[in-house]
Design a protein around this ligand. Structure first.
Ligand SMILES: C[C@@](CO)(OP(=O)(O)O)[C@H](O)COP(=O)(O)OP(=O)(O)OC[C@H]1O[C@@H](n2ccc(N)nc2=O)[C@H](O)[C@@H]1O
Ligand SMILES: Nc1ncnc2c1ncn2[C@@H]1O[C@H](COP(=O)(O)OP(=O)(O)O)[C@@H](O)[C@H]1O
Length: 339
């Protein structure tokens, strides 16, 4: 060893957050704020994002680097959700937003698995810890909900029912481990465009827009000012998710497979008809249930075992219908400081 003193390493904090699949997603008609009332059940899966926040000299501002598969399609500016999360913590606490953020992506980009939301959740927790801001989980969840409807769930993890915009969460008890396999496409789908196609297919979009526009043009308050009236008739079909809850509590993958449902699937298939073949191949390979994950285009298939997951993956790969295939288990924990 030399006798030189080494500078102490820059203190940094690393936080890990999971991607998700929606086991059930039911959507009502578009509200006047552009959002859709949801009744969904999220499950976090073991595909993880990692965000490292490192101290930088005062006045440096926020810098951002990204690594991992698909890193090249992630924005590196202030539109990145992790960047916005750092600014939100600084804004809320009155601290200076000086931090170097590094994201390592392990969740498909624009795939309906909420990788960007996971980055936002991780950056909230990492900046809070790095700056010793002392924000409560509740405060972080509130800041997260302003960044995106999926962010609170990335903080919480495991399995939870989401209502409102998907940001009002109730944890769900589950037993055991479920085996998932994900068919990832090269090109993502934009969440707003999938919701817009959902509106067109359900025939709800124009009427709501015209009513609101006419009210505003006539100088009357739009429905946006009257939340009860605005939401009347727009709530999601409540469905019957008793079977799903029983399956989760019992750790019964066969029953869970039968209960999977996604209202956005028809819209995603309309925009990407080739996903129909991906679903079909999973069924031929004996999946317990396959569906489009959230707004897609990732297709999630539930398998009996890790071995069965690999068999479904092989069927997709040999049919040449996917860019890549990723296996994972669920549920997985929410945001955790790992270093
Ligand atoms: C569809 C879901 C299902 O979990 O996820 P993804 O599949 O995209 O990951 C979520 O609702 C997406 O959540 P997230 O991606 O955080 O949405 P946000 O950034 O808040 O919103 C992006 C846009 O999606 C639409 N949006 C989102 C949530 C919601 N309940 N209704 C909506 O209509 C709106 O057009 C909104 O402007
Ligand atoms: N940290 C981030 N990681 C990935 N995409 C991000 C991020 N921040 C902002 N985005 C933008 O959000 C879009 C969707 O992000 P993502 O969360 O990966 O998908 P989805 O909403 O389908 O789950 C991307 O196409 C990208 O333009």
């Amino acid at each position: 060893m030399s006798g030189h003193l080494h500078a102490a390493p820059e203190p940094s904090v690393t936080v890990r957050t999971p991607g998700k699949v929606n086991l059930v997603l039911r959507s009502g008609a578009r509200r006047d704020d552009g959002y859709h009332p949801l009744s969904t059940v999220f499950q976090a899966v073991s595909l993880f994002e990692e965000v490292t926040a490192t101290h930088v000299a005062p006045g440096t501002g926020i810098t951002l680097t990204v690594s991992g598969p698909q890193a090249d399609v992630v924005p590196l500016d202030e539109t990145n959700l992790a960047w916005r999360a750092a600014r939100a913590v600084a804004g809320h606490t009155g601290m200076d937003a000086d931090v170097a953020l590094h994201i390592h992506k392990g969740v498909p980009v624009a795939g309906g698995m909420a990788g960007g939301s996971a980055d936002a959740a991780a950056a909230l927790v990492a900046c809070d810890a790095l700056w010793d801001a002392g924000l409560s989980r509740h405060e972080l969840t509130m800041l997260g909900a302003e960044l995106g409807a999926d962010v609170p769930f990335a903080l919480l993890g495991h399995t939870a029912v989401g209502t409102g915009r998907g940001d009002v969460l109730t944890p769900v008890l589950t037993r055991g481990e479920f085996h998932w396999v994900f068919a990832v496409q090269d090109e993502g789908l934009s969440t707003p465009s999938v919701f817009a196609r959902f509106d067109e297919l359900s025939g709800t979009a124009p009427a709501a827009d015209h009513a609101e526009a006419a009210a505003v043009a006539a100088g009357r308050p739009g429905a946006a000012g009257r939340p009860d009236a605005a939401d009347a008739g727009r709530r999601p079909d409540p469905g019957d998710d008793a079977g799903l809850m029983t399956a989760l509590r019992a750790g019964d993958p066969t029953a869970l497979g039968e209960a999977l449902h996604n209202d956005l699937q028809a819209a995603a298939l309309d925009l990407r008809p080739e996903l129909g073949r991906v679903l079909e191949i999973a069924r031929d390979a004996g999946t317990l249930g396959a569906l489009v994950s959230g707004s897609g285009p990732t297709v999630a298939a539930l398998a009996r075992s890790r071995r069965h997951a690999l068999a479904i993956a092989a069927a997709w790969t040999s049919a040449g219908v996917v860019a890549s295939v990723w296996t994972a288990t669920g549920p997985a924990p929410g945001a955790r400081i790992t270093g």
